[in-house]
Design a protein around this ligand. Structure first.
Ligand SMILES: O=C(O)C1=C[C@@H](OP(=O)(O)O)[C@@H](O)[C@H](O)C1
Ligand SMILES: C=C(OP(=O)(O)O)C(=O)O
Length: 433
């Protein structure tokens, strides 16, 4: 589906962005691990998180959905079984990397995972390495890609130093650690989103942090309280960027998750001089809070200046980096992102697709090995951008169009269904106010 986004008049009004995708995946998986039924309110109804509901059904959980209220009746920690059915993760990397952690500990049962053409290019060796050390047997295509099969075994706890900062790998090992013998420790090179730690900690799972090391203990049974999912800051980032870039805009985004391990985009916006007002959670080392803080964010159009995003900050806004590139086009001076090689392993190679895509719209942007460099020129011309089946690229093109001089045609806008099905409607509503 090709959709044209013309230069927009001011965006105005209030909006509750869609529910958090990362937290929705985790809530459904944890619900499936529990023995008693779990109610999740505000569950994200988008392609990726519907794949997770289907996946947990494939392994024996019952799922009931009424709007954004989902009830999961799980199998308990040690009774998941797929009966030879393949688990289809669709386009969802998070699902593909988290669920095998739990299933690796289902002794004597095997689970095959597959997904769409994008997922078949995304590495699973990053989870196979630690899970094998814990005792699981994993067969993957070319030893590193889907489709892959996890043969569940009795697992033993390990200490694992993550070679790259990845919340998906960290979460996978922590989920496996809950059913492994002994304690399991994951050491992260730099902080990444900690939704799994917060959720497990709230549910009474023995879990603690010591500097960069997170340790989880063995659990016999999981009791899960009802879970509420806040709005997704990664989805909110698109209307926020539109509000910052389109002249005369003023938006209020409500109930947005501002967990500091996710809210790096707001810090980068601050450095660029953008006007976004709202209470954020501040970094607190050594603590694993049991909740997800939220805030209302008041956004207004204003001038921007260039900034530098370094590797330590990258995991705190990994999915928002494409938008940093777009903001850089409008900023005074240079905007640089470094230490973001991980962008190459997303739904598309986001260094290549962002740089080629924005350059096609008139941006002065160069790719580097681990990021990009953008020269601010005060705006962008417009043109056509290909989404490459990547939801974040589709919405990047849309926001670029709203702020451009000539408008942007997005090829493959349907990709937005993965995380933000109401994106087009929400933007249209903000344009009518
Ligand atoms: O844990 C998660 O929910 C996610 C972690 C990140 O991936 P990595 O762990 O691969 O960096 C992020 O890009 C993805 O959208 C969601
Ligand atoms: C990278 C993303 O998700 P996933 O890894 O779950 O496919 C994303 O949502 O931008």
């Amino acid at each position: 589906m090709n959709v044209r986004f013309d230069p927009s008049g001011p965006l105005k009004g209030r909006l509750t962005p869609p529910a958090d995708k990362s937290i929705s995946h985790r809530a459904a998986i944890v619900g499936a691990m529990a023995t008693e039924p779990v109610t999740i309110t505000g569950y994200l109804a988008a392609e990726d998180t519907l794949s997770t509901l289907k996946a947990v059904q494939t392994i024996g959980a019952l799922v009931q959905r009424e709007g954004d209220r989902v009830t999961v009746r799980g199998t308990g920690l040690r009774a998941a079984e797929a009966h030879g059915e393949t688990i289809d993760v669709g386009n969802a990397g998070t699902l593909m990397r988290l669920l095998p952690g739990w299933l690796a500990g289902q002794e004597g049962r095997s689970f095959t995972f597959d997904g769409d053409s994008s997922i078949r290019k995304r590495p699973v060796d990053r989870i196979a390495v630690p899970l094998r050390q814990m005792g699981a047997v994993i067969e993957a295509t070319d030893d590193r890609l889907p489709p892959f099969t996890v043969h569940g075994q009795r697992l033993r706890g390990i200490r694992y130093e993550l070679p790259v900062a990845s919340a998906q790998v960290k979460s996978c090992v922590l989920l496996a650690g809950m059913i492994a013998d002994g304690e399991t420790t994951v050491v992260e090179p730099v902080a990444s989103r900690d939704h799994t730690e917060r959720l497990l900690s709230r549910l009474g799972v023995p879990l603690w942090r010591d500097g960069d090391a997170i340790t989880v203990g063995h659990v016999d049974e999981l009791t899960v309280e009802d879970i509420h999912v806040p709005a997704d800051i990664s989805s909110a980032a698109f209307p926020i960027a539109a509000g910052v870039l389109v002249k005369g805009s003023r938006l209020l985004l409500r109930d947005v998750g501002v967990n500091w391990t996710r809210a790096g985009f707001l810090d980068v916006l601050d450095r660029m001089g953008a006007i976004v007002v709202g209470e954020r959670e501040r970094r607190r080392d050594g603590e694993v809070p049991g909740h997800e803080p939220t805030a209302d964010l008041d956004v207004a159009h204003g001038p921007l200046k260039g900034t530098v995003v370094e590797g330590d900050e990258v995991p705190l806004l990994i999915d928002e980096l494409p938008l940093v590139a777009l903001l850089g086009c409008f900023a005074e001076g240079e905007t640089i992102v470094r230490g973001a090689e991980e962008l190459k392993h997303k739904e598309s190679d986001r260094i290549a697709t962002v740089v080629d895509g924005l350059r096609g719209l008139g941006a002065e942007i160069e790719a580097t090995d681990d990021g990009f460099v953008v020269q601010g020129t005060g705006g962008i011309r417009g043109g056509t951008i290909e989404a490459h089946g990547d939801h974040r690229l589709a919405m990047l093109g849309a926001v670029a169009g709203l702020a451009s001089r000539e408008g942007v045609e997005v090829i493959g806008m349907e990709a937005a269904e993965v995380s933000y099905p109401a994106f087009g409607d929400d933007i249209a509503r903000l344009q009518r106010r």
